[in-house]
Design a protein around this ligand. Structure first.
Ligand code: FA5
Length: 339
């Protein structure tokens, strides 16, 4: 019997290897992969098996070489099958089957922090606390007595105009309640319930139908300060406000007091602070009007007092270098993360 030439055997092996690699690489699902496995690697009638049988037909001197070539081809086809198997399994489960590298750094944990307005409120309470001012709260839904009448703002006063206030459908007697338009309401609530001497500060939300712009918002916060003691003068008011401004904004802040009018203080001033080369109004202040002291049952001959009300968003904007207070309420995490 004539033996099979080694070259013929090798050519057959190479063709088989080429066909197997094409079929395994082209397989995109488990069924196609299994069909290719049976065709090439099948234990009984796979093509590799039949080439293996022809090994016996080689001349004895060619058998070692033929066996080595056969093993090389078998290993290459088996490796190609395993690669295709991993690829199809990964596509099916949607995740890599490779091990998880536990030494990789984890996603950073992002800690939240207080909103700049909350931080401002707490800082103001702390500074005023050091000057002896106790922090108190008052309701945001108010009656007309506390928001207007007790503050000497009579019924016909333009500040009570429905277009300038958020009145509620809920009434107390004949008067609708409203969302308070100023924290001066708390002055009255405290004086009605306590006797002088008094030093309080109250920070909270107030509401006005103002069009939002860089310095206005329909909901904003005020810090109300009230001191009632015998012998209080305008000099005390100015000193406290200057001390507060330099503690909160830094020693170089310039404060200006401009004559003004509020129905519940006499005399009254506007408090301006310099910012970027111009003066910005931060709030109002003045000596508590004797009529207000009388309305709450105090003796205006025995005690006098001062009060002030500053816009929290405005002083926060000045402190943090924000030039549009609407940014505080846009809820843009990129803005808020800066504080
Ligand atoms: C008052 O509200 C007085 N109650 C202040 C006062 C208290 C005077 C005690 C005397 C004694 P005024 O309406 O000017 O005043 O408001 C005070 C401050 O609130 C303003 O200077 C400003 O800083 C801030 N403010 C007013 N309206 C808005 C608004 N729409 N958005 C943001 N801040 C505002």
């Amino acid at each position: 019997m004539t033996s099979v030439p080694l070259d013929t055997f090798r050519a057959e092996l190479e063709r088989l290897r080429g066909d197997a690699e094409s079929a395994l690489t082209a397989a995109t699902d488990a069924a196609a992969l299994e069909a290719a496995r049976i065709e090439f690697l099948g234990a009984k009638s796979g093509r590799l098996k039949s080439v293996q049988k022809s090994l016996g037909g080689l001349a004895p001197a060619d058998k070692p070489d033929g066996g080595r070539h056969f093993n090389d081809a078998k290993n290459a086809i088996t490796a190609c099958f395993e690669v295709a198997q991993t690829r199809i399994a990964t596509a099916a489960t949607g995740r890599a089957t490779t091990a998880i590298d536990v030494t990789l750094p984890t996603e950073p944990i992002r800690l939240g922090h207080l909103h700049p307005i909350t931080r401002t409120i707490r800082r103001v309470q702390e500074i005023m606390g050091r000057l002896g001012f106790e922090s108190v709260d008052g309701p945001e839904v108010e009656d007309q007595w506390h928001n207007f009448e007790a503050l000497a703002i009579p019924a016909e006063h333009p500040a009570r105009d429905p277009l300038d206030n958020f009145y509620l459908a809920v009434a107390q007697g004949n008067d609708p309640l409203l969302l308070r338009s100023q924290t001066s309401t708390v002055q009255i609530r405290v004086m009605e319930n306590r006797e002088p001497p008094l030093r309080i500060v109250s920070l909270g939300r107030v509401y006005r139908p103002d069009t939002a712009d860089a310095t206005h918002y329909p909901m904003f916060h005020q810090v109300e300060g009230l001191l009632v003691e015998p012998g209080t003068t305008m000099a005390h008011l100015k000193s406290v406000l200057r001390m507060f401004a330099s503690s909160f904004l830094g020693g170089d802040v310039k404060v200006r007091f401009r004559p003004s009018f509020f129905p519940f203080t006499e005399p009254s001033v506007e408090v301006d602070m310099e910012w970027g080369g111009r003066w910005v109004e931060m709030g109002g202040a003045g000596m508590v009007d004797p009529a207000v002291l009388e309305a709450v049952g105090y003796d205006p001959d025995a005690v006098s007092g001062f009060a002030f009300g500053l816009g929290v968003e405005r002083i926060a904007a000045r402190r943090y270098g924000v030039d549009d207070i609407r940014d505080f309420y846009r809820n843009d995490a990129r803005f808020l993360r800066q504080f």
